[in-house]
Ligand binder design. Sequence first.
Ligand code: NAG
Ligand code: NAG
Ligand code: NAG
Ligand code: NAG
Ligand code: NAG
Length: 305
Amino acid sequence: MRKDKTKVFFLITIVCAISGFLFHFKSIQDAYFTLSAQNSKTQNHRRDTVRYICHKNNLTSSPWKIKHSVARQLYVEHTHKFIYCEVPKVGCSNWKRIILLLNSSLGLTVDELKHNNVHISPLLRRLSFYSPKMQAELFNNYTTVMFTRDPLERLVSAYRDKFLHDEEHYYSKTMANMIKRSVRKNGNSTERLSFKEFASFIVSENAYYRDIHWRPMLELCDPCNIHYDIIGKFETIKQDAAYVLRSIRAPKDLEYPDIKHYANETRTNDLISKDYFRSLPKELFKKLMNVYRYDFSMFEYNPSI
Ligand SMILES: *[C@@H]1O[C@H](CO)[C@@H](O)[C@H](O)[C@H]1NC(C)=O
Ligand SMILES: *[C@@H]1O[C@H](CO)[C@@H](O)[C@H](O)[C@H]1NC(C)=O
Ligand SMILES: *[C@@H]1O[C@H](CO)[C@@H](O)[C@H](O)[C@H]1NC(C)=O
Ligand SMILES: *[C@@H]1O[C@H](CO)[C@@H](O)[C@H](O)[C@H]1NC(C)=O
Ligand SMILES: *[C@@H]1O[C@H](CO)[C@@H](O)[C@H](O)[C@H]1NC(C)=O
């Protein structure tokens, strides 16, 4: 009798443990399922919005041929069949690090990639390297990804990085002097380029030659003709990057790194960028917003401060 009771008790314990385990497993599975359902819903919505704005504004070309300037923004990773469009100031250095890490034959580690040199790494392959026929084939077979950011923040981030630091001589001296000569009465004065001068330059420069750090995302990645599989946002980069990495079946332990160029500075955020824009005259602000109008509408950012 006593022995039976023990047996029953033992049995119940086991059943509870197993069902607990299954239930737990199922809830993890459900959570995973909900997350990926949410992700694909978000992606559908983003792609639909881009398609709608492109169509509404006649921005889709037919027949279409990829521009060389766009093919140069696209990086190809063959192991995971991944094509990434580089938008400067939208976490692109970290994506380049990922692309280098994904190529296991290079055997690199995150630590080795901490610094600036990813931008000039000869190990990165641009789509422009391939023949037009091969480019078309890669588009068809590979997962294409681009990341966007609030155009206001992206612009402030470009200004702070390129013109408030003296490290990169090309921007802080050559480019700054060129801009000063074009917008200042006394072009050779040595005062630092102001944000207002930078903005005045952008609205008056020849768009064809616009630098990639402030060229609209629409022109950099041509999303009206290249139908990106995944459109990520800088604002939700952790979540969106994880989704990209899962989608391309990257190794499970590979995480999107969080490395900033100027590690001791606050990342450009909403508040910082609003402060910059409030300092601009209304007319100038309006013209500037016009330059980025499609970036705002197709990627759903709010052009007000
Ligand atoms: C759309 O753009 C094409 C050239 O890209 C032009 O030929 C056509 O007339 C435009 N259509 C509309 C409705 O604006
Ligand atoms: C890895 O990188 C090397 C050097 O750039 C390149 O030759 C090779 O094709 C890459 N492998 C893959 C699978 O992309
Ligand atoms: C693309 O996919 C097709 C059909 O699956 C295959 O024949 C071709 O070799 C692939 N091309 C590349 C570059 O992977
Ligand atoms: C700017 O250059 C002009 C002529 O090159 C010169 O006369 C003037 O003194 C310079 N101004 C400053 C502030 O250097
Ligand atoms: C950040 O560090 C650099 C040197 O690495 C220094 O020149 C700069 O003044 C620092 N900036 C701030 C805001 O502390």
